[in-house]
Design a protein. Structure first.
Length: 289
């Protein structure tokens, strides 16, 4: 992506956070990104889990190398004209200065935003100590400012790793500090109830809050989340898991029953035509085998 195109994408992405509430769906590859653009979404975000599963790997920075993840960001950026937010896990580093170096590399992939988590990957101590976690966000902010590309920095508090009774209190404490350290958007995946989300919105206002809706729910809708003051709604690996679910059911039916009940498949001709229009292929049509 050219510097001018990235700057324009960053400007559009920042504008989306200024007011209202928007959906930020999570494609897991270039094709799903193009389809989401076709549907009219205003921006997309990568999903570390969704991408890792396409590589036959678990969702961890220890499993998916940094350069592989940066290559994935470039692929999604190249696949769509939409602003792309990068799920950058823990910044692929522990020390703040190393986080800063990796954030600079992430900005260089052409993304319009990126998120940095405070999860350590250590079950005994799941979150970085408070002071170090804040310094990591401050270092990411400084790296972005030094790059000259004002991508949207989202700070994530991984409260889902904590006991339920600690999640909202910890998220409020940390997200307030992350906002003061320079985060543009705040996000706590472990807080998904109305009361908790409202508390986060109040605590960090006027900074925007991202809510995660990754499981089927009748309680939460885009309108109801907007009423709580949430500005951004992402779905994490949900769309990828929906695709995996359909694949698993069909594969099991073939193996266990010898049947071919491909329920609700996409139409080959429609999907092929869509991706041809978006410039994904110049090959001649095939029979879909």
């Amino acid at each position: 992506m050219s510097p001018s195109a990235q700057s324009a994408a960053v400007e559009r992405f920042r504008a989306l956070h200024a007011s209202g509430c928007f959906l930020l769906p999570n494609p897991w590859d270039a094709g799903s990104a193009r389809f989401l653009e076709h549907l009219g979404f205003a921006a997309v975000a990568t999903t570390s889990a969704g991408f890792a599963f396409t590589r036959g790997l678990p969702d961890s920075p220890d499993a998916v190398p940094l350069e592989t993840m940066l290559g994935h960001f470039r692929e999604i950026v190249a696949a769509t004209a939409l602003p792309v937010n990068a799920d950058f896990l823990n910044g692929y580093a522990d020390a703040p200065e190393a986080v800063a170096a990796n954030v600079r590399a992430c900005v260089g992939t052409g993304v319009a935003g990126l998120s940095v988590e405070d999860g350590t990957g250590d079950t005994a101590n799941p979150l970085y100590p408070f002071d170090i976690a804040v310094e990591r966000i401050r270092a990411a902010r400084a790296a972005i400012d030094g790059s000259g590309v004002p991508v949207v920095l989202t700070a994530r508090c991984e409260t889902w790793l904590l006991p339920p009774e600690q999640r909202t209190r910890t998220a409020v404490e940390r997200l307030v500090a992350y906002a003061e350290a320079g985060a543009d958007c705040l996000y706590a995946p472990g807080v998904g109830d109305r009361e908790g989300l409202a508390a986060l919105v109040r605590a960090v206002s006027p900074r925007p809050v991202n809510a995660l809706v990754s499981r089927p729910t009748r309680e939460l809708t885009l309108d109801s989340l907007a009423e709580l003051g949430v500005r951004r709604v992402s779905v994490g690996p949900a769309l990828a898991l929906v695709a995996w679910g359909a694949f698993q059911r069909a594969a099991r039916a073939m193996k266990e029953d010898g049947t071919f009940d491909f329920e609700g498949p996409a139409r080959y001709d429609e999907l092929d035509a869509l991706l041809r229009r978006s410039g994904s292929s110049t090959a001649e049509p095939s029979e879909g085998v």
